[in-house]
Design a protein around this ligand. Structure first.
Ligand code: UT7
Length: 334
């Protein structure tokens, strides 16, 4: 924190989200691939996911609508924002950023804008960066969005990856607050690039590591070593969650909601059981939306926020892991 600035807090003023109308059920997959509803439910907890209609929806459209809904919830206008951050690995273009186009669409010009590439951690990375910038006195009001059009990078001829993912966006508005007790109590960002080839999206043949040259998934689509990511995730989720709770003196009794990136129900359940967290404190919506990468945590936050389940004074935790490999946690008091 800058020494010459009065200490401040960060308030979550509103949340929003967007999911496409189009549903893709496990039965739909069973019609095109050698898979079944039973296999998918048992191994992932997913029943259906939402898929963009490419003619009228993509990352930008979802991000924009999620942010508009968050602004409405916060009773603010786009012009109140001085920075927009979008976590995504599925931007329509690498230039301009999704954030800059969203800023123009909601009337946030000349707010600063940039995208964060941290795969499924994109939203939590964005929130942590944003709250740090607010506390440092650089920005007052920031829109953070996680938006992902996974269906645009999934090879639907391959059953090992395609069944996991869906499309969604989640957003929140963060604002400087005079009460320093409000806001992020603890945060963690991490990455281990040595494991990058467990989850990656090669554009050219030269991007493909020797260990994966026989992968039948087409270039331009996401590839994943499910078993490797599963092993990493089960350990990392627990570690990151334990560490966040330890640093904030939170216990299974005192913590509020624990919002986990919706990667796989088995991964979330393993962490929940290990930490002795009651079922009602660990929000699950993977059954309806699948794994929506950077969209996931923001979507969960919006559902909980609107249901009035984020309690005042009882800190809640967000935790994610993903391609990179990356991980992130963020503990908040509202
Ligand atoms: O957001 C972060 C991104 N990723 C993750 O969190 C993913 C982490 N990993 C996972 O969620 C799991 O590894 C998967 C759900 C992707 C796969 O589950 P698994 O229990 O690890 O299955 P597996 O890869 O060990 O495959 C077991 C069997 C194999 O058959 P054989 O070799 O035992 O005969 C696969 O070929 O299941 C087969 N299989 C399928 N069968 C029916 C793989 N995908 C499917 C499918 N339907 N969709």
């Amino acid at each position: 924190m800058n020494g010459d600035l009065p200490a401040c807090g960060v308030r979550i003023c509103g949340t929003g989200s967007y999911v496409p109308e189009r549903r893709m059920t496990n039965e739909d997959f069973a019609k095109i691939l050698d898979t079944s509803d039973e296999w998918i439910v048992q191994r992932t907890g997913i029943h259906e996911r939402r898929i963009c209609d490419p003619a009228r929806e993509s990352t930008f459209d979802m991000a924009r609508t999620a942010l508009e809904r968050a602004l409405e919830c916060a009773e603010m206008k786009g012009s109140d924002l001085d920075l927009i951050i979008v976590g995504t690995v599925t931007p329509e273009m690498t230039c301009p950023s999704v954030a800059a186009r969203v800023g123009a669409a909601v009337g946030a010009v000349p707010a600063a804008a940039f995208d964060v590439s941290a795969a499924c951690c994109g939203f939590v990375y964005g929130i942590n960066i944003a709250q740090g910038l607010i506390r440092a006195g650089m920005f007052r009001t920031i829109g953070v969005i996680g938006a992902e059009n996974m269906s645009s990078i999934v090879d639907y001829t391959d059953r090992s990856v395609s069944i996991l993912f869906g499309d969604a966006a989640g957003a929140c508005i963060l604002k400087r607050d005079p009460d320093p007790r409000i806001g992020c109590l603890y945060q963690r960002l991490g990455a281990d690039g040595t494991g990058w080839h467990s989850l990656y999206l090669p554009r050219k043949q030269r991007d493909v590591p020797a260990c994966d040259v026989d992968n039948p998934i087409r270039l331009g689509n996401i590839r994943m070593n499910g078993k490797e990511v599963f092993r990493f995730a089960v350990t990392k989720f627990r570690e990151v969650l334990e560490e966040a709770m330890h640093h904030t003196n939170l216990t299974a009794e005192s913590v509020g909601q624990v919002i986990c990136h919706q990667s796989n129900l088995r991964i979330i359940e393993a962490a929940r059981e290990r930490l002795g967290l009651p079922r009602e404190k660990v929000f699950i919506n993977i059954d309806k939306y699948g794994n929506t990468s950077a969209g996931s945590v923001g979507l969960c936050l919006d559902e909980l926020w609107r249901a009035g389940k984020i309690e005042r004074e009882r800190p809640f935790v967000m935790v994610a892991f993903g391609g990179g490999l990356t991980w992130a946690s963020s503990v908040w008091r509202v």
